[in-house]
Ligand binder design. Sequence first.
Ligand SMILES: Nc1ccn([C@@H]2O[C@H](COP(=O)(O)OP(=O)(O)OP(=O)(O)O)[C@@H](O)[C@H]2O)c(=O)n1
Ligand SMILES: C[C@](O)(CO)[C@H](O)COP(=O)(O)O
Length: 240
Amino acid sequence: MTSTSASPTSSAAPRYAILVAGGSGSRMGADRPKQFLNLLGAPVLLHTLRRFMDPAVGIAQCVVVLPAEQFSTWEQLCQDHQVTIPHQVVAGGETRWASVRNGLAALKPYPAGIVAVHDGVRPLVSAAVLEQTFAAAAQHGAAVAAVAPKDSVRGLAQQGSYAMDRSRLRLVQTPQCFELNLLRRAYQLPELPTFTDDASVVEDLQPIYMVPGDYRNLKITTPEDLIVAEALLRAEQGQA
Ligand SMILES: Nc1ccn([C@@H]2O[C@H](COP(=O)(O)OP(=O)(O)OP(=O)(O)O)[C@@H](O)[C@H]2O)c(=O)n1
Ligand SMILES: C[C@](O)(CO)[C@H](O)COP(=O)(O)O
């Protein structure tokens, strides 16, 4: 596939968000999908929605992707927490890729702009990371938040393992922001088993620019992540 370089988009371009929360949370092993678990008094997904829909971020349209069978759960949670934040709910798919594709289809009425794809289960994303990732995508076409590994890294070999140069590696987070029509083109290509995020879907069409992420922007995946997230949130709120 040939690479094309994007011309910078105006920094005043409209901003859109797709919050993917269409998974089942199998690694969490809870009684419901982890996006609905309680985190200091509110569902994980509601924390994420609040951060994205802070007026300072300037999102024109927010799409929340959920498992179709969980629409009523979310509706009830929104009632319980008196949520008035505008957002459009769409049904997810079998894989994260299929969920993003469905979210993107809901943005059909919009001709251009910058879209952020974000895991609904990364509730601690900061305003600074959001702003920098949107701004970098307007400049470079495709930008993702990422952090340097803190541990040593080893690759698996036929026999044993070998040390890797961690200075050349980054751990990728969300938000992952793209020029809207670039993301649309990427999601018209067939799904590959190697896709783990949106950068891997787009990278054959456009180089992926990386912006500094945040170690606190953790993805709630297994039970200990909830404990860490709660501690980080308390620290943010100035509680002991
Ligand atoms: N079919 C899917 C699978 C995942 N996701 C979303 O993609 C994000 C990252 O995925 P992951 O952490 O793997 O979530 P789950 O698939 O729910 O978890 P698990 O893999 O443990 O089952 C989550 O916000 C998840 O809800 C999605 O929208 N649709
Ligand atoms: C998109 C992502 O959060 C970036 O780190 C990650 O790739 C999701 O992976 P998972 O396998 O769905 O947990």
